[in-house]
Write a protein that binds this ligand. Structure first.
Ligand SMILES: Cc1ncc(COP(=O)(O)O)c(C=O)c1O
Length: 391
């Protein structure tokens, strides 16, 4: 079968293939602890589920406006304005089935063939995949453990060229759990102010999943707001445990929102109607489930980090946000180790290289699993490492 040439340039997200492999092993009767997939293991809070069901019963079973129902766009504008301290018009909001389409649409709308895009490395693999797909060139800016997985500002500046059209930021970050500090953001803003022609895609999907410091967004910086040239990507998947509902959004300059709306009408028509009403309830309703989830994630984080640091050849920083631990493991290549962990120890995780070459020597463990399973996983990992790494 022959496909369009561009399909050769499209990458993938390894988390889904490892999940499939782990499920296949489970089907053979093997017991697997899932630390590979990046989704909260909690159920969506019941008041949100009820709002979705109510919407269906009330007849919200039709197409909605392409960019989203006005009530939800308004609620998002208010939430984004509150959390980032900026003014946002509902017209700047585009509601999409998950946050991922905002990545897809932003890159399609802004990156021409030959354009360069600054991409953190390691980072969410879809950034690189999409930039390659549209014929752009990803320019990687390393995130190193020595620097708490934050940018080195000189390296960031050196990555910019006359061909740069877009910069991608992600804080709190997948896969490292790293967070850009307010000082980092201010430094990046200074550099970017010198380049008013460059757009910024700020992936803030983990903005509510911060353990130590308050959230800082590049969109709060003068000249870098969504009125200017920053696209905020955020959504409901992580914050409200709604991955399967598919609900996310982008906030951006109105002319770009119009282009994204055009991309959406060409692809999805609109986001699922009942899901949008559920999202409205998520924003308007009680937020205690978000706090509860975060405090459980914090306990799991402390458990997994302490456990990993006890193991031979393992060094794990304390993640400041999201729900991933990204330890450095010496003594065995990470790809081979991830395979061994799945096949021999029954622990599913991802090799750091699934997120780019600077992920070498790292593994990503999602700690969106029970404390009991995390403790068991640490035991199994320890047994495997003492058999392989220290031999
Ligand atoms: C950094 C990052 N951005 C965006 C997404 C997309 O999330 P969704 O499309 O479920 O909203 C993910 C999901 O894992 C992610 O890790």
């Amino acid at each position: 079968m022959e496909f369009a040439k561009r399909m050769e340039r499209l990458g993938t997200e390894t988390a889904f293939s490892v999940l499939a492999k782990a499920k296949a092993l489970e089907a053979q009767g093997r017991e697997i602890i899932h630390l590979e997939i990046g989704e909260p293991d909690f159920d969506t809070p019941s008041h949100i589920v009820e709002a979705g069901c109510r919407a269906l019963r009330d007849g919200h079973t039709h197409y909605t406006p392409t960019a989203g129902i006005p009530e939800l766009r308004e609620a998002i504008a208010i939430e984004v304005a509150r959390s980032r301290g900026i003014e946002v018009d509902p017209e700047q909001v585009v509601v999409t089935p998950g946050g991922k389409p905002i990545m897809f649409f932003a890159i399609l709308a802004l990156v021409d063939e030959g354009d360069e895009v600054l991409v953190p490395n390691p980072s969410f693999p879809i950034y690189e995949s999409m930039v390659n797909f549209v014929g752009g060139r990803p320019v990687f800016v390393p995130l190193r453990q020595e620097n708490e997985f934050r940018f080195d500002l000189d390296e960031f500046r050196a990555g910019l060229s006359e061909h740069t059209s877009l910069v991608i930021l992600n804080s709190p970050a997948n896969p490292t759990g790293g967070v850009l500090t307010p000082e980092d953001i201010a430094g990046l803003a200074d550099v970017l102010r010198e380049r008013p022609d460059v757009f910024v895609l700020s992936d803030e999907i983990y903005s509510r999943m911060l353990y130590e410091s308050p959230f800082a967004s590049i969109a709060s910086e003068p000249d870098l707001g969504p009125d200017d040239r920053t696209i905020i990507l955020d959504g409901f998947s992580k914050t409200y445990a709604m991955t399967g509902w598919r609900l996310g959004y982008g906030v951006m300059p109105i002319p770009l929102a119009e282009q994204m709306t055009k991309l959406q009408v060409n692809s999805n028509s609109c986001t699922n109607a009942a899901t949008q009403y559920a999202g409205l309830e998520a924003l308007a309703g009680p937020q205690d489930s978000v706090d509860l989830m975060l405090s459980e994630f914090r306990a799991r984080r402390d458990l997994i980090v302490a456990g990993l640091n006890e193991l031979p050849g393992v060094e794990c920083l304390v993640p400041q946000g999201a729900f991933y631990a990204f330890p450095r493991i010496t003594g065995c290549p990470a790809d081979a180790l991830a395979d061994l962990l799945l096949e021999e120890a029954g622990v599913a995780c991802l090799a750091g290289t699934a997120f780019g070459r600077y992920g070498e020597d790292h593994l990503r463990f999602s700690y969106a699993n029970s404390r009991e399973n995390i403790a068991r996983a640490i035991e199994h990992i320890g047994q495997l490492l003492s058999r392989t790494v220290t031999q």
